[in-house]
Design a protein around this ligand. Structure first.
Ligand SMILES: *Cc1c(COP(=O)(O)O)cnc(C)c1O
Length: 425
């Protein structure tokens, strides 16, 4: 459930008229709903009742400081994958003790930054990273709290570009190598082994891969503990999918996910659980609003050309992702629909949001909204074609605020520097 609904025939974010935001900030823009963020966080937390995990929101899904601060106030920690994200989490008021540092290629400088900022835990993904971390920790006179991300080699049955838990993926240490690497880590001077982590992919719409992975996690923890290595913390990752399309593909509810987790870890309720949801919290808490520039009829096809493009929302081009597109002014019941190819202005055929999408008649100047655009939307935007990326607006009840303004052309051009040999003087 989200808080983007028609009211008196006009799309609203909570109590704010989307068209009014468009007049104020221009199009395209992202719009987030505070109430929806709060609702998703609460529903997810309630789904895992009994295990009471620390919910470390995966910052990469949407790292706007206003979003992070909204979640921080609900008690969220953060899962970060770079020093930049670490800095964002800190700036939004999430203390280091609630930040997990993940990622397959953390540099020594990033590891040092994390240790200097009291990181809760570093999820180590390889032996070379373990060696580097131990070296950095020793040089700083501290011990690094380490969980290993173990690759359980299960098929998450999701899009290949967001599957991470198969042996062929670059993520984590191999399941068979885990006992040896844990034993080695336990003897290293700069390392404190605190836990284990698994994250098998994103947009999972089936619970069985989770059950399989967590069962393998439990078995491994039992083996490790039999060999004398305590594993107090269990980080069960993120990845639960969300409904992008109302008709088919209904992913499991957080309560059903929670049931699976509780079943697999029955009797372990006293342990410390952590999880890393991103998409589930953010996706349906945001929309991207765009304006129709032209409608063009080319032979049999009808193109709706928008002022938003793949530089604003790359998911359709990158993952063949489906986003529901709705007109901002509600069509009257029974309004006929036509098939549109909904595209952006960028010079790539990949700049296509939807093909043969059934929509009521569109005219130049009409506003449309892409639903479920709150995760992996604005964070993946770019300035391709020297287009200022869509700004971000956040709504709370009847108020809205610009959480990231649109760049000006001067901002964009002003960052380039001319080498001396091209300067006249
Ligand atoms: C991306 C990522 C997540 C979040 O995945 P979602 O599908 O957005 O829930 C969690 N943990 C790690 C390590 C990740 O890379």
């Amino acid at each position: 459930m989200d808080h983007f609904l028609y009211r008196d025939g006009r799309l609203h974010a909570e109590d704010v008229d989307i068209a009014a935001i468009a007049s104020d900030v221009g199009t395209p823009f992202y719009c987030y709903s505070t109430a929806t963020f709060e609702r998703h966080f609460t529903v997810f937390r309630d789904g895992l009742k009994g295990l009471d995990p620390l919910i470390c929101y995966a910052v990469k899904a949407n790292s706007n400081l206003a979003v992070l601060a909204t979640l921080a106030r609900l008690g969220a920690g953060a899962d970060v994958v770079s020093e930049g994200e670490f800095r964002r989490a800190l700036a939004a008021g999430i203390p280091g003790e609630r930040i997990i540092f993940s990622g397959v290629g953390k540099t020594k400088a990033e590891l040092a930054f994390a240790l200097a900022n009291d990181v809760r835990q570093i999820n180590v993904e390889s032996e070379p990273e373990l060696d580097a971390l131990s070296e950095v920790a020793v040089s700083m006179g501290v011990r690094a709290p380490v969980s290993f991300r173990v690759n359980p080699d299960v098929d998450a049955k999701t899009h290949e570009k967001i599957s991470t838990g198969k042996a062929e993926n670059k993520f984590g240490i191999a399941y068979e190598d885990a006992p040896r690497i844990y034993a080695r880590a336990a003897t290293m001077p700069g390392i404190d082994v605190v836990g284990i982590d698994m994250h098998i992919g994103s947009q999972l719409t089936d619970l069985e891969p989770f059950r399989e992975a967590y069962t393998r996690m439990r078995e491994l923890v039992e083996r490790l503990e039999a060999s004398g290595i305590a594993i107090p913390r269990l980080d069960i990752g993120g990845g639960l999918g969300v409904p992008y399309e109302r008709t088919n593909e209904m992913p499991p509810l957080p309560t059903d996910y929670g049931t699976v987790v509780r079943e697999v870890f029955a009797g372990w309720e006293d342990r410390e659980f952590e999880c890393e949801p991103g998409r589930l919290i953010a996706a349906n808490a945001g929309i991207l609003v765009a304006q129709v520039i032209y409608v063009k009829q080319a032979g049999e096809r009808r193109f709706a050309i928008l002022d938003a493009a793949m530089n604003d929302l790359i998911r359709p081009a990158l993952y063949d992702a489906y986003h529901e597109i709705v007109p901002v002014i509600e069509p009257a019941p029974g309004t006929p629909t036509y098939e549109y190819d909904v595209v952006g202005p960028i010079c790539e055929s990949g700049d296509t949001f939807a093909k043969a999408r059934k929509l009521p008649e569109l005219k130049a100047g009409d506003l449309v909204a892409f639903r479920s655009a709150g995760a992996y939307g604005a964070v993946m935007s770019s300035e391709y074609n020297t287009r200022p990326p869509a700004p971000e607006v956040i709504v709370k009840r009847d108020e809205f605020a610009l959480a990231r303004p649109r760049l000006t052309y001067d901002d964009m051009l002003g960052r380039d520097e001319m080498p001396d040999w091209l300067n006249p003087e």
